[in-house]
Design a protein around this ligand. Structure first.
Ligand code: FFO
Ligand code: GTP
Ligand code: MG
Length: 497
């Protein structure tokens, strides 16, 4: 059956495309553009008049014919590239659909046909959807990598040796005499393949980050300078800042893009023991939010003890915590507890360093004097305390940062990206989706069982498990798929894709 749909968004634009795919694409396309020759040159752009049923011109546009299998879907494809009027395009589409040989395409059906006709494997087809949905540079680049086959070849690199292993074992089982010895190194081979499957599975977390963007929350005691730092990181004065503790009540969010990665940054209500009623609601919301982010950044004001820091860290629950020493432009408060923030300079953004003099108390620790965060921010171990203690996050070297002066902010951003990303660049990721991860998990579980069986059980059992692993892997590439799975996958595509 021939399918038709608009390939462009239903909005006014420079050009709008009606696309047909299937055995009757050319004939039906020519009903709309009768000036086009009966046997048009494939891939040639014809300037043609698009007409209604009475032959009256509706538009003048380009007509393209791709003869199967040399087309996106592998079938005959015709495109009418008209002026981008949604109303006009609906008229053209309606006219195509009047023909009994044509029906409207389901979501993703063009791509589904491309897959079914072997034009793309499943990972590439899904990368098409990822690309359309991408809303950060990293997401675009990762999807583009998927489209060019990065994930496909990683899966292939697993599938091929697994299939060879399976064949070797089946050979030994079927023809024990001829194939003697082919099963000698089954154990190590299974082990290696399992590790490979797990390495791929481990990229699912990154895939999630790229797809959805990372979520990062600033939290910590009241008045630590969270909102000021938030404004700095976002690049504009979004959050209210005041020297009154408890200024931020509701969590605030802003979306930024760092190294191409989409990051949703949250500023939260400061934590304290005895808040007022409304503030308590804000604090409850902070805790709730912290449980759901990818990284929690604990901003500490000067003079916080290690025990206090550890206690605040626990507020993040199971979420990874990055601890930073805020207001690093001020001397350590334990040295002069009453020292206030630079005079009247309250507003976050504008305040310049000269307004908040660097009142580093002499003798205020070795790193007091020349410290400039840009020098080597990561080496600076606060208080030198690294070992021991419960909450490890609060014990590791801390980033020193000042939202007011901007000191250490770039380094902090790099640290956050490092913690979220763990090295490498976002674009280099093989975009493993939840669906892929699920299949990979089942594959590596089967390989785990195969590994055990290779020590304690028969070759038959090992081979059976390897066969199961192959099936699960096949779901990733699409060598083994059910209609139901394809339905689920292509449902998330848009119509006309
Ligand atoms: N106008 C238009 N732009 C589009 C598409 C489209 O369908 N129409 N695409 C659709 O989503 C994407 C391009 N994808 C395509 C992929 C393969 C072929 C194709 O004709 N492949 C043949 C020939 C290859 C060749 O000659 O180099 C083939 O693979 O055999 C066309 C488009 C993005 N841009
Ligand atoms: N010297 C200095 N003062 C800062 C810095 N960051 C914030 N302040 C000041 O500290 C006070 C509190 O800053 P906020 O950013 O509102 O602190 P917060 O952590 O959001 O506070 P709550 O929302 O009440 O929890 C304000 O007077 C800021 O101007 C900093 O890096 N250095
Ligand atoms: Mg605040």
């Amino acid at each position: 059956m021939t399918i038709a749909a608009l390939a462009t968004a239903p909005a006014a634009g420079a050009v709008g495309i009606l696309r047909l795919s299937g055995p009757d694409a050319l004939e039906v396309g020519r009903l709309l553009a009768p000036g086009v020759p009966a046997r048009p040159t494939p891939r040639h752009a014809y300037l043609a008049s698009f007409v209604d049923a009475e032959g009256r011109a509706l538009d003048e546009g380009l007509f393209l014919y791709f003869r199967g299998p040399r087309s996106f879907t592998g079938e005959d494809v015709v495109e009418l590239q008209a002026h981008g009027s949604p109303r006009l395009l609906r008229l053209l589409l309606a006219r195509a659909l009047e023909d009994a040989r044509v029906r409207h395409a389901a979501p993703g059906e063009f791509t589904r046909r491309a897959f079914l006709n072997g034009r793309l494997d499943l990972t590439r087809a899904e990368a098409v959807a990822d690309l359309v949905a991408a809303d950060s540079e990293a997401a675009v680049r990762a999807a583009a990598a998927g489209l060019s086959g990065v994930l496909a070849s990683r899966v292939q690199a697993l599938e091929a040796p697994l299939r060879a292993l399976h064949a070797d074992m089946e050979g030994v089982l079927s023809f024990p005499d001829e194939a003697e010895g082919a099963d000698e190194d089954v154990g190590p081979r299974v082990t290696a393949l399992r590790a490979q499957a797990e390495a791929l599975l481990a990229e699912a977390g990154r895939g999630r980050l790229v797809r959805r963007g990372a979520r990062v929350a600033l939290f910590g005691p009241v008045n630590a300078g969270k909102s000021t730092l938030f404004n700095r990181l976002v690049g504009e004065a979004r959050a209210l800042v005041d020297d009154e503790p408890g200024t931020t009540r509701d969590a605030l969010e802003a979306r930024v893009e760092w190294d191409g990665l989409a990051v949703t940054l949250f500023d939260t209500a400061g934590l304290r023991e005895t808040p007022g009623r409304v503030e308590a609601l804000g604090i409850a919301r902070t805790r709730e939010l912290l449980a759901g982010v990818d990284l929690a950044v604990l901003v500490l004001p000067p003079g916080v003890t290690r025990a206090e820091a550890a206690a605040w860290t626990r507020d993040a629950g199971g979420t990874p915590v990055l601890v930073v020493d805020g207001k690093c432009d001020v001397a350590d408060a334990s040295e002069s507890p009453r020292r206030r923030v630079g005079g009247g300079a309250v507003e976050g953004g504008a305040a310049d360093a000269s307004e908040s003099p660097r009142q580093r108390v002499s003798g205020g620790s070795a790193e007091g004097g020349a410290a400039d965060a840009s020098e080597s921010p990561r080496q600076r171990v606060n208080g030198g305390a690294v070992e021991g203690g419960a909450a490890d996050a609060s014990e590791s070297p801390r980033q020193r940062v000042s939202g007011l002066t901007g000191e250490g902010v770039d380094a902090l951003r790099d640290d956050m990206l490092g913690r979220l990303w763990g090295g490498g660049t976002p674009s280099a990721v093989a975009l493993v989706s939840e669906r892929h991860a699920d299949a990979l998990r089942r594959a590596s579980e089967a390989l785990g069982r195969a590994e055990r069986a290779s020590r304690v059980s028969t070759l038959e059992v090992v081979s059976g498990e390897v066969g199961l692993a192959l099936e699960s892997l096949g779901e990733v590439s699409g060598t083994v798929v059910s209609e139901a799975l394809l339905d689920a996958i292509f449902q998330r595509f848009c119509i006309g894709k």
